[in-house]
Design a protein around this ligand. Structure first.
Ligand SMILES: [Zn+2]
Length: 406
């Protein structure tokens, strides 16, 4: 019975369990599905949350900047989200690759991430060449082609200078030289200068600067004033002391008056004086001297004619005196020892004139004896220099020389 019962109960329960199982399976499936849905929802929520809060950091690339451009490292950040960033600045005063380190701190995980950007600082500015477009140089002078240009660059101190074309200073003519200046970045500039080679002139125009120049061997102060040299207040123009090219504009009134006084005195003893040559400008002297150089050569011309700028006639205080009593003896040695010449050498000082280039004093004055050339210095000094007929030269009196520098 028991067995049967068991069996029967077994059969009975089998039926019941099957139903129970069906019910239970339905339950678990539901729970499972719910669980899956919940998990999925959670995962999605987490994913969504992450997506929304994850950090984003992007940089631009291939950045080139010109030397000395002011840059801000922040400008190279393309995109930044949910993070803070710190970075270094860039020195653009030197060329080359510069590294920027960006430290990105993400807000979600509080983690640091490092990013690097290399930017190229480049020099695209060409050097500058300054100088004249044309230069005149004298034949046979030594020249340094680089001394005619001044080069500068925004970056390089040592620039490479090359030239095309040469200047042959042994031959007169024009020569073109093309300079090319290149900096270390390969930027280059060019400039062409035209050189003209010509003969050196026999004189150089002079411009005197105002100021004290020195002291003579006799202690007199040498001073430049308004284009002339003054020594102890006396204007000096000889082979050592030139006048500025633009100095002088005729015989001074004082000199004219003094000459007229002297002329009248001479006339009273029958001597008829006149000025053969008074004031001579720089340009007049230039053509006179040039014609003598052409005729006699430079070294001979220097013994009797002044170079332009060095003639006492340009002072307006000197004159060559002639006489109508004589023929063909004006401003030449035929005037020597004539009656008018003798009268002048004995009396000129009384009117303020001195015999400027006495006989036998070439070593002092730089000029041969000129019996006709008189210089106004005023009666007082003229009387001192007259020296009882034994003329003292201005050079000796002041302690100066009369020699060309070359
Ligand atoms: Zn003269």
């Amino acid at each position: 019975m028991k067995k049967k019962k068991k069996i029967s109960s077994k059969g009975k329960s089998k039926k019941n369990t099957k139903a129970k199982y069906k019910k239970r399976n339905k339950h678990s499936l539901l729970i499972f599905i719910i669980l899956i849905v919940v998990l999925f929802t959670l995962a999605y929520a987490a994913f969504y949350y992450y997506q929304k809060h994850k950090y984003v950091f992007e940089l631009f690339d291939g950045v080139n900047v010109e030397l000395n451009t002011e840059v801000n490292s922040a400008d190279y950040i393309k995109k930044i989200e949910n993070a803070t960033v710190t970075y270094n600045s860039v020195d653009t005063s030197t060329i080359g690759d510069k590294k920027i380190e960006y430290i990105v701190k993400d807000k979600l995980f509080k983690k640091e991430h490092k990013y690097y950007l290399t930017i190229k600082v480049t020099d695209d500015t060409a050097p500058v060449i300054e100088g004249k477009d044309s230069v005149t140089i004298y034949k046979n002078s030594k020249i340094d082609l680089n001394s005619y240009i001044k080069v500068s660059d925004n970056y390089d101190k040592d620039l490479n200078i090359t030239h095309e074309g040469e200047v042959d200073t042994s031959k007169n003519g024009t020569y073109k030289v093309k300079y090319t200046v290149t900096d270390s970045s390969g930027n280059s500039s060019t400039k062409t200068i035209t050189f003209t080679v010509k003969d050196k002139p026999i004189y150089e125009p002079v411009t005197l600067e105002n100021g004290t120049v020195g002291t003579t061997s006799k202690g007199y102060k040498i001073e430049n004033k308004n284009g002339a040299t003054y020594i102890n207040g006396i204007i000096i123009a000889n082979k050592s002391y030139p006048l500025s090219s633009n100095y002088g504009n005729g015989l001074t009134k004082e000199v004219n008056n003094a000459f007229n006084e002297m002329k009248a005195a001479a006339a009273s003893v029958g001597i008829d004086l006149y000025i053969g040559s008074g004031f001579r400008s720089y340009n007049t002297q230039k053509s006179i001297y040039n014609s003598y150089v052409k005729r006699d050569g430079k070294s001979k011309a220097d013994t009797y004619s002044a170079r332009p700028g060095y003639s006492e006639h340009q002072t307006g205080l000197a004159m060559d005196i002639c006489s109508h009593n004589l023929e063909k003896s004006c401003v030449n040695s035929r005037f020597n020892n004539t009656e008018p010449a003798n009268w002048l050498s004995q009396n000129a000082h009384l009117y303020g004139f001195i015999l400027r280039y006495p006989s036998g004093k070439t070593g002092e004055t730089g000029y041969i004896y000129e019996s006709w050339h008189y210089r106004y210095v005023g009666k007082e000094l003229a009387t001192i220099l007259y020296n009882g007929g034994n003329w003292i030269t201005l050079e000796n009196y002041l302690g100066i020389t009369s020699k060309y520098a070359d």
